[in-house]
Design a protein around this ligand. Structure first.
Ligand SMILES: NC(=O)c1ccc[n+]([C@@H]2O[C@H](COP(=O)([O-])OP(=O)(O)OC[C@H]3O[C@@H](n4cnc5c(N)ncnc54)[C@H](OP(=O)(O)O)[C@@H]3O)[C@@H](O)[C@H]2O)c1
Length: 441
């Protein structure tokens, strides 16, 4: 199978994750894209550092120029962070005809216009899924899946650190300093959390989303940015009593012509600031370090995306999706025909073996001992009971309702237990049996 050579600039949190998952999911990626992704070299500041994942010491270098000079490297992945060195690297890579993948939101927000002008001139793509909202595939969604749409608006909770702090200020009634200290202790905030709490990390991502949605690079001086650093616990509590959650929200909107014929300015607005959201709105329930992005398109209507906005594995997932696209852009890799068949998973498991939790409601005679009989049958079939509810009310026939929440059991176990239960004279069919999804896997 043809190999595509990758040069990793940066082997830190994200770079090491990319290395690890390209290796772990090698067979799956080969089946899906039809080429083998091979990391040939990585660039770091300190090659002597102990690393959890990465290529051999001989494949490490401290000069990003080595990635440009290596003819076996087709794709350069910039995961160093910072501005000047990554910008020089990307300029050199694109000029040398090497496809670029980057997760650098600050760089794109500041220099996106220049980078993409060069990419267009040299006809060399630059992919950037990991730059915004971590593992949520929002870049490809806006670029590809929503291609039919004028984007009406985007609302995003796109900074996990500030969302964690706000969640703790709301739920545990901490003040800002306490919540920040907790976020740092949990590893959710950098030692220097400035860009997270002053709103600029979210603002960089908002610039990228707005630019992608509206087709021009929005200047960082054209947007309104206010962080959460001056928010007080008192305001969060009052907002709460009024029925609102406070979120650091990125708001991107087009002032388009209205359906009633009113003329829009044709301009867009891009803002990031603490915002009260009604508690019943789905974005209000996005808690902790999670991100969510709501995109409204004129054709599709409202859509919502939710997931981890940072961290090694979710961000690596986004980078590797760009690697696949980069490989396809190089030719030779298999693009999608809509469905790519492969046999890596074998067959479906038989229904009888599938395990889940259950909700079981039985109509029973209102007399002592029935619960004991049902429980003993379930016990014989090795089905645990996690809780029992017996509402006071009776049905029209005067029967009592017995509601049992059952532990995980296979379909086979459950069916045979139920057959035995229905043989009890005190139980009237039909029973109600529903599966309960705990989202543990
Ligand atoms: N972390 C996340 O969750 C996340 C999420 C989305 C996007 N991003 C973006 O992804 C990028 C990387 O983030 P990260 O968290 O992985 O950073 P990181 O852990 O600090 O890793 C940076 C890596 O780049 C190397 N490096 C830095 N400057 C260098 C230079 N001048 N020359 C050679 N190597 C250099 C470092 O080498 P040493 O290992 O020797 O120090 C390290 O391996 C950033 O642009 C960040 O904004 C990160």
């Amino acid at each position: 199978m043809r190999q595509i050579g990758i040069g990793l600039a940066g082997l830190g949190t994200v770079g090491a994750g990319v290395y690890k998952h390209v290796a772990q999911n090698r067979a799956l990626l080969m089946e899906r894209i039809g080429v083998e992704l091979v990391v040939r070299r990585a660039v770091v500041r300190d090659p002597s550092k102990a690393r959890v994942a990465g290529p051999s010491r001989e494949q490490l270098s401290t000069r990003w120029q080595d990635l440009i000079d290596d003819p076996a490297i087709d794709i350069v992945v910039e995961l160093m962070g910072g501005i000047d060195e990554p910008l020089a690297l990307i300029r050199a890579a694109v000029t040398a005809g090497k496809v670029v993948v980057t997760g650098n939101k600050a760089l794109l927000a500041e220099h996106g216009q220049e980078i993409f002008a060069l990419a267009a001139e040299k006809r060399v793509p630059v992919f950037f899924e990991a730059s915004t909202a971590g593992g949520i595939p929002i870049i490809k969604t806006i670029r590809e899946a929503l291609i039919a749409n004028h984007i009406v608006s985007i609302h995003g909770i796109i900074n996990g650190t500030s969302n964690y702090i706000l969640t703790r200020m709301t739920d545990a009634r901490l003040d800002f300093a306490e919540a920040l200290a907790e976020a740092q202790a949990q590893g959710y905030a950098e030692a220097d959390p400035t860009l997270d709490i002053n709103g600029w990390d979210a603002a960089h991502k908002a610039v990228i989303l707005a630019s992608l949605a509206y087709g021009f690079w929005v200047g960082t001086d054209q947007i309104f940015v206010e962080g959460i650093d001056r928010l007080t616990a008192t305001d969060i509590r009052f907002a709460d009593e009024l029925g609102y959650r406070v979120k650091l929200l990125a708001i991107i909107k087009a002032d388009a012509a209205g359906p009633d014929g009113t003329a829009g300015s044709g301009g867009i607005e891009v803002r990031v600031h603490p915002t009260l959201i009604p508690k019943h709105h789905v974005l209000a329930s996005v808690s902790g370090v999670f991100n969510a992005v709501r995109v409204c398109g004129d054709v599709v209507g409202e859509t919502l995306f939710y997931g981890r906005g940072a961290g090694q594995d979710p961000t690596a997932s986004a980078v590797i999706s760009d690697l696949a696209e980069a490989a396809i852009s190089l030719g030779g890799a298999r693009g999608s025909y809509g469905f790519t068949p492969h046999g890596l998973y074998g067959n479906c498991r038989p229904l009888e073996d599938i395990r889940s939790r259950y909700y079981l409601r039985l109509a029973v005679d209102d007399k002592p001992g029935v619960l004991g009989q049902v429980a003993s049958i379930l016990g014989r079939h090795d089905v645990g009971i996690s809780s029992v509810v017996q509402p006071e009310t009776h049905d029209e026939a005067g029967r009592a309702q017995l509601v049992l929440m059952l532990d995980r059991a296979s379909h086979r176990q459950m069916q045979s237990a139920l057959e035995d239960i229905l043989r009890l004279s005190a139980v009237m069919p039909p029973p109600a049996l529903l599966r309960v999804e705990s989202f543990t896997t």
